[in-house]
Design a protein around this ligand. Structure first.
Ligand SMILES: Cc1cc2nc3c(=O)[nH]c(=O)nc-3n(C[C@H](O)[C@H](O)[C@H](O)COP(=O)(O)OP(=O)(O)OC[C@H]3O[C@@H](n4cnc5c(N)ncnc54)[C@H](O)[C@@H]3O)c2cc1C
Length: 408
């Protein structure tokens, strides 16, 4: 890298940060700082739990994605000093200075103050969480003695998913297929029990009726107990307590998975910039942070009004915004005018178990195994770098995408 080039620092290597970095190769001295050593294609974390995809498909290491033109620093940023134009990284004495900063640290699990949730629920945002969940399901099944009475096997293999947004639904249907399949393979009698607990009045509240029909059908087929208007009050090491119509139910569960929403990253909480009522950074239509023309923010950290409402807090939005940020960083460095853009929905694709899916594209929704295939095809195109896309698509084509049974 040449001396005297503008220093562009990107914090966060998710959909917003990684794709910005890939577009900014050669724009200056580019540094990508991220907590983990790998990117994560979150929309397929469900397929990772079920073994339909492997870690290297959806969580490639940054070193395999970015070339020498971008410096990668693994670490957690603890402070951004907007006045000195420096960022501090946990455990490092030297701070990293920037001329232009891109903030793309995403959000964190929102436990909504529910007692015990942070300590006892399994979150679902990272590869490590998916590993923990799969392991919990295997250990639970291993603990059911062969020949158990159906009601005993069912009680032992009870799991709950909190939150019936797209994430909760996709995860619950995947878990149900895996657990039912494991019961059959292990010769256990009866069925596992899976609850989906939602405080609102319906599942997938942000989605239109066409997609909800597929979702409701899939939940029914998977024998998932849906509890709407149900508020989780407490999570314990052995289960949870939820309330419906003022009545509390205590349930023993082998695992409670939390998909109950996203809140603001602590780094953003501590940043002294203008924010909206939820604590998201207010950005200009150019994605520059208000009052700080040398700082850009995008994805789950930023409030950007010029967007279809259904896109807020999605990978689709962060991905689309990365193109605008990269263009505007280049323009800023050249002294050229900055651009703005309205972002629109690219379509919706859901995984509904290991055999089915639902896709909404061009205003038309379709479901079933074909939708599952279409989702794989669609997501192949969204993975980072053509080289990685090629490797993954060959693997899916030649080696297949069958699930890996629990405990085999
Ligand atoms: C399980 C799951 C499934 C999802 N499915 C879909 C879907 O199907 N479609 C869709 O559109 N959206 C989906 N989303 C939402 C989508 O993942 C997010 O909206 C999107 O990732 C936001 O992009 P981002 O760049 O803002 O943040 P992220 O992609 O979350 O990236 C943030 C990055 O910052 C890093 N980081 C965080 N804090 C620090 C720090 N202090 N220092 C350094 N690095 C830090 C993180 O490690 C991470 O790499 C899903 C989310 C989850 C969790």
């Amino acid at each position: 890298m040449q001396q005297g080039q503008p220093r562009i620092v990107i914090i966060g290597g998710g959909f917003g940060g990684l794709f910005t970095a890939l577009e900014l190769t050669n724009a200056g001295e580019v540094t990508l700082i991220s907590r983990e050593d790998h990117f994560l294609f979150t929309p397929m974390l469900y397929e990772y739990v079920s073994g339909e995809v492997e870690a290297w498909h959806i969580a490639p290491r940054y070193k395999e994605l970015i070339d020498d033109q971008v410096r990668f620093v693994q670490g957690a940023v603890t402070e951004v000093d907007l006045a000195q134009r420096e960022v501090a990284i946990e455990g490092r004495v030297r701070r990293i200075a920037y001329d232009v900063l891109v903030l793309a640290v995403g959000g964190v699990s929102n436990y909504a103050g529910v007692e015990g949730a942070e300590d006892h629920a399994i979150p679902f945002r990272k590869i490590a969480h998916a590993d923990q969940l799969r392991q919990r399901m295997i250990e639970t099944l291993d603990g059911v003695p062969p020949g158990s009475a159906p009601q005993d096997a069912r009680r032992a293999a009870t799991f709950a998913v909190v939150g019936a947004g797209a994430s909760g639904v996709e995860l619950a249907t995947k878990m149900s297929d895996l657990l039912h399949d494991a019961f059959r393979r292990r010769g256990l009698s009866g069925d596992p029990r899976l609850l989906l607990i939602e405080m609102g009045d319906r599942v997938v509240p942000g989605m239109g009726g066409e997609m909800r029909e597929f979702v409701e059908e899939a939940l029914e087929k998977a024998h998932i107990e849906v509890h709407t208007h149900a508020r989780v009050r407490r999570i314990t090491p052995d289960g949870l307590v939820f309330e419906h119509n003022g009545e509390q139910t205590e349930l023993q569960a082998a695992g409670v998975v939390w998909t109950g929403g996203v809140s603001v990253n602590p780094l953003v909480v501590n940043l002294n910039v203008e924010k909206d009522q939820r604590g998201l950074i207010i950005v200009e239509p150019t994605l520059q942070v208000r009052g700080h023309s040398d700082v850009f923010a995008l994805g789950d950290t930023a409030y950007y009004p010029n967007v279809s409402p259904s896109l807020a807090g999605t990978a689709q939005l962060a991905y689309q915004q990365s193109g605008l940020v990269a263009r505007n960083v280049r323009a800023l460095l050249k002294g050229a005018p900055l651009d703005t853009k309205r972002f629109t929905e690219l379509g919706e694709a859901l995984s509904l178990g290991t055999e089915n899916g639902a896709v909404l594209a061009g205003g038309r929704a379709f479901g079933g195994p074909l939708a599952r295939q279409a989702r794989f095809a669609l997501y192949t195109q969204r993975l980072p770098t053509w080289h990685h896309r090629l490797r993954v698509s060959s693997s899916w084509f030649f080696e297949g995408t069958a699930p890996l049974p629990l405990g085999l």
